[in-house]
Design a protein around this ligand. Structure first.
Ligand SMILES: Cc1cc2nc3c(=O)[nH]c(=O)nc-3n(C[C@H](O)[C@H](O)[C@H](O)COP(=O)(O)O)c2cc1C
Length: 221
């Protein structure tokens, strides 16, 4: 699958696979290019909404979108339904063969102007809160430039949400300067009812729009 919006600077992405061309090229100033949104997706059932989320983000003028996925998240969507580049662990390791080859998680954190982790499942929440970085997504987050916005949308079963560790970990992410888009209460896919469902796609996209419109030097056209 060809990426609709092209790949990262110097990289040619084809669905889950990325062919390296050159490393760490300079990212052009914002006034000369689109605003880059990197969507992180984890293994929550809410990852079913990834195609809709990406499609609605692409409706925001002036945005370029790429996705970084965990292996578990792949279970919930078809890459054919997501019309942007999707990067995963295989890309990271296939890309680097020797010195001066691109290091994907570093190139992605440089490329992105904003990171949106939607959904953020309990597992990756715990890893990010404690600094663990054992896959492409958590490496991007661990290397994140905290002067750029990082938004996260928790999504988990109500019992997981109500466990006391969850509030501690969400607070830790907020202490890092990341922005929570809170989960909502509804009947979950597992049949339970209560808090833990990912925020509505519209809520998420509206928040991205709000942040993008506040960025200095960014022209929406
Ligand atoms: C059908 C199914 C649905 C799941 N939904 C969620 C969920 O909504 N939230 C969550 O925290 N974990 C959920 N999980 C568990 C995660 O997929 C599991 O913790 C996984 O290891 C997460 O890996 P990742 O964080 O690397 O994506 C679900 C698992 C299955 C099998």
């Amino acid at each position: 699958m060809e990426a609709r919006n092209g790949g990262l600077p110097g990289l040619k992405a084809t669905g889950y696979h990325v062919e390296p061309r050159a490393s760490c090229q300079t990212v052009a100033p914002l006034v000369e290019r689109k605003f880059h949104v990197l969507v992180g997706v984890t293994g929550s059932v809410a990852a079913l909404k990834l195609p809709l989320l990406v499609s609605d983000l692409l409706d925001i003028p002036g945005l370029e979108v790429a996705v970084v996925t965990t292996e578990r998240a792949k279970h919930f969507y078809s890459p054919q339904d997501v019309h942007v580049s999707i990067y995963s662990d295989t890309d990271e390791w296939e890309m680097w063969k020797c010195r001066f080859d691109p290091v994907l998680h570093i190139d992605l954190r440089k490329w992105a102007d904003l990171m949106l982790v939607a959904p953020l499942d309990a597992n990756t929440l715990g890893k990010v809160a404690s600094g663990i970085c054992d896959n492409l997504l958590t490496c991007v987050i661990r290397a994140w430039d905290r002067s750029k916005p990082l938004l996260f949308c928790p999504a988990m079963n109500t019992a997981m949400w109500e466990h006391p560790i969850t509030a501690q970990q969400v607070d830790q992410l907020k202490a890092f300067g990341y922005i929570e888009i809170p989960c909502v209460a509804k009947k979950l896919v597992c049949g339970d009812e209560g808090l833990g469902a990912m925020a509505e796609v519209k809520t998420i996209v509206d928040k991205v729009k709000e942040i993008v419109s506040q960025r200095d030097g960014f022209q929406q056209n």
